[in-house]
Design a protein around this ligand. Structure first.
Ligand code: DX5
Ligand code: ZN
Length: 217
């Protein structure tokens, strides 16, 4: 049985305090650190760019999982490689040449992820599986933390069958909490991103709340 990884999204952290927030979630059991990059164009919100992500790198001892909600992607791939991303995920909806994007991410020595908005079917990535290390299934419309979960368990099941024996992660992003997480892992997901469900109630001075929240997912 598959070990489920929890990837807290620092979108729900204190933006004045990223270094300590990252150290706190890792000390409290985070498996990966999920970094949401938004450009105010592909999604209706803005977060941070490659220079900020590079400044997070020394604090991340696990895996820095960078989710790009930007368009275009290709001009920024080298900047995120230089920033130290381990996994770099681009949306299939972000441009006409996802094949080229995934090749470029791997060529820059990162794991290549492809993200699917809720309206995009599993079949959209059928011809990309040999170029992909991670499929990110969005269970909210990307842009904000704390939104209502959109059930994509049927899509996850379909992807798991399509992936077969390939060593590809299925990551879920949006509305993951103690109620939705078991359905998602049963459907075949192995990486669960969680923002509000990890950070709620805690702080860097009360990090044990993060730990309880992580355990409860
Ligand atoms: C959504 C982001 C998510 C988000 C998840 O646009 O990609 O990573 O922060 O937040 P929660 O877990 O609060 O739904
Ligand atoms: Zn994300």
């Amino acid at each position: 049985d598959r070990k489920i990884k929890i990837a807290p999204s620092i979108l729900s952290a204190d933006f004045a305090n990223f270094g300590q927030e990252i150290q706190a979630i890792e000390a409290q059991g985070a498996d990966w650190v999920h970094v949401d990059v938004m450009d105010g164009h592909f999604v209706p919100n803005l977060t941070f760019g490659p220079q900020a992500v590079k400044s997070f790198r020394p604090h991340v001892k696990t895996v820095m999982d960078v989710h790009l909600m930007i368009a275009p992607v290709d001009p920024y791939i080298d900047a995120y490689a230089d920033a130290g991303a381990d996994v770099l995920t681009a949306h299939i909806e972000a441009g006409p040449h996802i094949h080229r994007t995934l090749q470029a991410i791997r060529a820059a020595d990162m794991k290549a992820g492809v993200a699917l908005n809720p309206g995009t079917p599993a079949e959209a990535i059928e011809h990309l599986l040999d170029l992909t290390d991670l499929v990110c299934v969005m269970t909210v419309n990307p842009g904000f933390g704390g939104q209502k979960f959109i059930d994509m368990t049927a899509k996850v099941r379909r992807l798991r069958t399509m992936i077969g024996d390939r060593p590809i992660h299925i990551e879920i992003d949006g509305g993951v909490d103690p109620t939705t997480a078991p359905l998602l892992s049963a459907a075949g997901a192995d990486v669960l991103v969680a923002g509000s469900a990890v950070f709620r109630g805690g702080s860097v001075s009360q990090p044990e709340i993060y730990g309880e929240n992580i355990k409860n997912i």
